[in-house]
Ligand binder design. Structure first.
Ligand SMILES: [Zn+2]
Length: 309
């Protein structure tokens, strides 16, 4: 069985301005690396087109309308202090969501066993009615709702290993017993949320705050808690919010992970997924701002997806 790689060229038209860390090169570097590796077990696929109603589970209508009107005819405009859109951002934003839809359909239809979406803009800071932290639509949240609605699943787990807390995903599923959200992140840090006290209405949120300077060994110990929660929840599908900014070389954060750690946590999670959901896993890119680290970490992560049987 193979692994899906979902991407399109439209991310290149999402211009965030000179010097912005969430830049076009991030996804270009990832894609060029996978082209170079040329693994025949990687199935390249384009994002799906989808109906606007699909977004309305995750975001309220007023917010979606505001986003649609925000794309400028030329130049740049701001959705929040650091979330910038350009004329081409519209397509990129829709394709980022469409990628996780295509990835999920491919896994459910057994086209491939699991999948990774190489997209931008990222999504996990976007709340029900708010753009934030480079994120416009919450891609992984739309994916989770799609699994609940289209495939009638009752237990979807989201594991967010981006170095920042996914305040948006937490906000969207705070009152939803069908979605388990677990996040490891640097704390105290942007965006400020993500304490152990934030548990969700149904005890369905688990935050693992980690101090600046956390190294591989300490992180991997903390990740055992993620695995424990997955065992207890017994998900029917697992989604990864895959940010690679916990890498030691990342310029935006101060955790000290190595590229290999991303292989290890992916492999351990996949082993567990076999027990509960036949290895059904879809991963989507969030952050990661050192280009070389991003290339290496995404390769490690996808290698673990490819190796899994
Ligand atoms: Zn991040």
């Amino acid at each position: 069985m193979k692994t899906g790689l979902i991407t399109s060229n439209t991310y290149q038209n999402h211009n965030t301005g000179n010097g912005h860390p969430e830049k076009i090169d991030r996804v270009t570097a990832i894609i060029n690396n996978f082209k170079r590796l040329n693994n025949k077990d990687l199935i390249w696929k384009k994002p799906s087109k989808f109906k606007k109603e699909l977004l309305e589970k995750t975001h309220n209508k007023d917010y979606i309308n505001l986003v649609e009107k925000s794309f400028p005819k030329k130049g740049l405009s701001f959705l929040d202090g650091d979330t910038i859109v350009s004329p081409g951002s519209k397509e990129a934003t829709l394709d980022a969501v469409g990628s996780i839809i295509a990835a999920i359909d491919g896994v459910q239809n057994k086209e491939y066993k699991n999948a990774f979406c190489a997209v931008r803009p990222p999504g996990h800071h976007a709340e029900t009615n708010k753009a934030m932290g480079f994120c416009i639509y919450n891609n992984v949240a739309v994916g989770a709702y799609y699994l609940l609605e289209k495939y009638k699943l009752n237990k979807v787990a989201i594991i967010d290993f981006d170095v920042h807390h996914g305040n948006g995903t937490q906000d969207i599923f705070f009152n939803n017993s069908k979605v388990l959200y677990i996040s490891t992140h640097q704390y105290p840090f942007y965006p400020g949320s993500g304490t152990e006290k934030e548990k969700g209405k149904y005890n369905n949120i688990f935050n693992i705050p980690l101090p600046a300077g956390t190294n591989s060994e300490e992180y991997l110990n903390a990740y055992e808690f993620v695995l424990k929660k997955i065992k207890e929840f017994k998900p029917e599908f697992i989604l990864f919010s895959a940010g690679f900014d916990a890498h030691k070389d990342d310029p935006l954060a101060q955790l000290e992970l190595t590229s290999k750690d991303f292989y290890y946590i992916t492999k351990r999670t996949l082993e567990l997924s076999k027990l509960y959901c036949n290895g059904k896993v879809v991963s989507i890119l969030e952050g990661g701002y050192d280009i070389k680290a991003l290339q290496e970490c995404s390769e490690m992560h996808v290698n673990a997806l490819l190796e899994f049987n």
